[in-house]
Design a protein around this ligand. Structure first.
Ligand SMILES: [Zn+2]
Length: 362
């Protein structure tokens, strides 16, 4: 729309604007779509502008027109895919919200189909067995909608998982894991124990131990960060996604104000409604080994909506083998042989998971 449409204008363009506003649920009262830009239409245009975060002037210029067009798209009206300039609209927003609610991360829900959204669509398609072409067309949208419907039954629902392994053609390629030692000295020590032991240094040592053991077993291991490096959570998941690892293991320690709190725990992705099936399986395998190997209290496996679990596009687990706030456990964590025992237990669980995954694709 080249020109600006405002109060006292009349004609086809005004009818178009009024029809769009009515379709969006605005009540134009008696005037309806009469092609006359009167008081009532102006008031409704202002309400629309307010709702969409635009300058509220009651005038339909380029911005307001674009917003009117974008707002009128419903998911399924057209095929959505990545192109330049990117597709925009409320259908894109709806798609992003659906993908995000399932744990397929799209960066934001701004209604712009950017590269992140393309990757999330492909990841979703891979998981439900559709060709990962990145086009959110009829089939993909139907699949999204039927999964959404499953939610309304009220049950927790397991999605087939975020997995590169089972769908990639990288048959006998070595499996690749990213170890993510939590925090990072010197800037971010994480939790600190009563004797001054830092979570960051313990996590780093466990990661080194796991790397050594897993490499012995033929697994390719990469780290999320360098030793002296502090990076935000978002950067960690981004690196894992970029490197297309098969699995991510984030290593932290637990902390509680209650100094009696003790034991091991593992986390997998869940947002309360959806959870990662493969993540849960991996978390259980690791937790079992930890409990058997360390004889610590079993604080069990839990589904959590941590960003490192949500934003990663592969199976991800966060392990917290002990409480650094517990004096007894801090002492144990200070010993090299105990770190080795922890590393062995975690690596054993990870290796068992990777083996099972590999079997399931052959
Ligand atoms: Zn931590």
């Amino acid at each position: 729309m080249e020109q600006t449409i405002k109060k006292n204008d009349r004609g086809e363009e005004v009818v178009d604007i009024q029809r769009r506003l009515i379709a969006l649920g605005f009540d134009l009262g008696k005037s309806a779509a009469d092609g006359v830009f009167g008081e009532q239409t102006e008031t409704i245009v202002k309400a629309f502008q307010q709702k969409r975060g635009l300058i509220v002037d009651g005038v339909v210029g380029e911005e307001t027109w674009r917003e009117l067009v974008e707002a009128s798209y419903r998911l399924g009206d057209r095929a959505l895919y990545y192109r330049y300039p990117p597709l925009r609209g409320d259908d894109v927003r709806e798609l992003q919200m659906s993908l995000n609610s399932l744990g397929f991360h799209t960066q934001d829900e701004a209604g712009v189909f950017e590269q992140e959204t393309d990757q999330a669509v492909r990841e979703f398609q891979r998981n439900i067995g559709l060709p990962p072409d990145g086009i959110a067309g009829e089939e993909t949208i139907d699949a999204l909608n039927s999964l959404k419907k499953a939610v309304s039954t009220g049950s927790r629902f397991a999605i087939p998982d975020k997995r590169y392994i089972c769908n990639s053609s990288r048959g006998d390629r070595r499996l690749k894991i990213m170890l993510d030692p939590g925090h990072g000295l010197p800037k971010d020590p994480g939790a600190v124990g009563a004797f001054g032991l830092t979570e960051a240094e313990v996590c780093w040592r466990i990661a080194l131990g796991c790397r050594w053991i897993l490499e012995q077993r033929g697994v390719e291991v990469v780290f999320s960060r360098e030793e002296g490096e502090t990076i935000p959570e978002g950067e960690r998941s981004q690196r894992a996604n970029q490197q297309e690892v098969d699995c991510l293991l984030s290593i932290h320690l637990n902390f509680s104000r209650d100094m009696q709190a003790e034991g091991s725990t593992c986390f997998y992705f869940s947002n309360g409604r959806w959870y990662s099936k493969a993540g849960k399986k991996a978390a259980h395998l690791i937790q079992d080994e930890l409990i058997r190997g360390l004889a610590l209290v079993d604080c069990r496996v839990h589904g959590m909506n941590y960003s490192i679990l949500r934003k990663t596009r592969m199976t991800a687990v966060q392990v917290e083998p002990a409480f650094i706030s517990n004096v007894k456990e801090e002492r144990l964590l200070g010993s090299g042989s105990y770190i080795e025992t922890i590393s062995r237990a975690i690596s054993q669980g990870v290796a068992r998971f990777l083996e099972m995954e590999k079997q399931s694709i052959i």
